[in-house]
Design a protein around this ligand. Structure first.
Ligand SMILES: [Zn+2]
Length: 257
């Protein structure tokens, strides 16, 4: 598949060849290769940070629909204090969500993982360590992270999840290879609440402003006010004729093998 990254590489290789040839013929200064390399690197870094660009590999970030439906996703749990009250709220409101769990956290709270599954929510893989330098890991280490979490989920729930969300939403070619090798489905988002950095009020305002038909909403069940934010957001969705559906329904994909 021709990703924007491959197209970019071909474009810059061509530009380098042209500059090299023209400089050989004294028609252009070879100096231009320097700024070109810098520009090439800048575009690659931008491509890494914006999952919605699908720069290195494809990620589902929303569904194309006019129907007022959205899918909620919660990252970085399970959390000892917050996941269960959040599950209670979702039950109360009759909403199903997807939880992208970190393997290392699952180890301590397998009962919460089982509970997420038992209550009918989907479970996705969000790496084992969610390490700060995850994106600098080599293929073997990255693959190991994804396999380890997938197996933890399988051991505790009996489901083989195909859903994967890159830590920090950062992508690169090595991660693309690991996802491809394990046949995972990469999931991004179209509405980021910024609930981990903004006040509950600001996060809610942002959610309301950015919600659209077919949106995938990014939240975290590690944010101290997540229950309050989610409750108010669900109420707003209902009063604005939006329906919460699960991620596999929204995208018409299979969540589990
Ligand atoms: Zn995360």
């Amino acid at each position: 598949m021709k990703t924007p990254n491959i197209i970019l590489n071909w474009f810059f290789i061509l530009a380098w060849v042209v500059i090299a040839l023209l400089s050989q013929m004294d028609m252009m200064s070879g100096w231009w290769i320097g700024p070109l390399v810098i520009l090439w690197l800048v575009v690659k870094v931008i491509g890494s940070f914006f999952i919605g660009l699908n720069f290195y590999f494809f990620s589902h970030c929303s569904a194309i629909t006019n129907e007022r439906i959205v899918a909620l996703t919660f990252d970085d749990g399970p959390d000892d204090k917050l996941t269960r009250p959040l599950l209670d709220l979702l039950d109360e409101k009759g909403a199903k969500a997807t939880f992208f769990v970190i393997g290392e956290k699952v180890l301590g709270y397998t009962h919460l993982l089982k509970e997420i599954h038992r209550r009918g929510h989907l479970i996705g893989n969000h790496s084992f360590s969610h390490a700060r330098f995850f994106d600098f890991f080599n293929f073997t280490r990255m693959r190991f992270e994804l396999v380890r979490t997938r197996e933890l989920i399988y051991k505790n729930t009996g489901v083989k999840t195909q859903l994967f969300r890159p830590p920090y939403g950062v992508t690169n070619p090595v991660l693309g290879r690991a996802i491809h090798a394990l046949q995972l489905v990469s999931i991004g988002w179209s509405v980021r609440s910024l609930d981990t950095t903004r006040s509950p009020k600001k996060a809610l305002q942002r959610l309301i402003k950015k919600t659209h038909p077919g949106a995938i909403i990014l939240l975290h069940d590690t944010t101290p006010d997540i229950v309050e934010i989610t409750k108010k957001y669900l109420d707003w969705l209902t009063s604005n004729d939006y329906r919460v559906v699960s991620l596999d329904q929204l995208l018409t994909i299979k969540a589990y093998e």
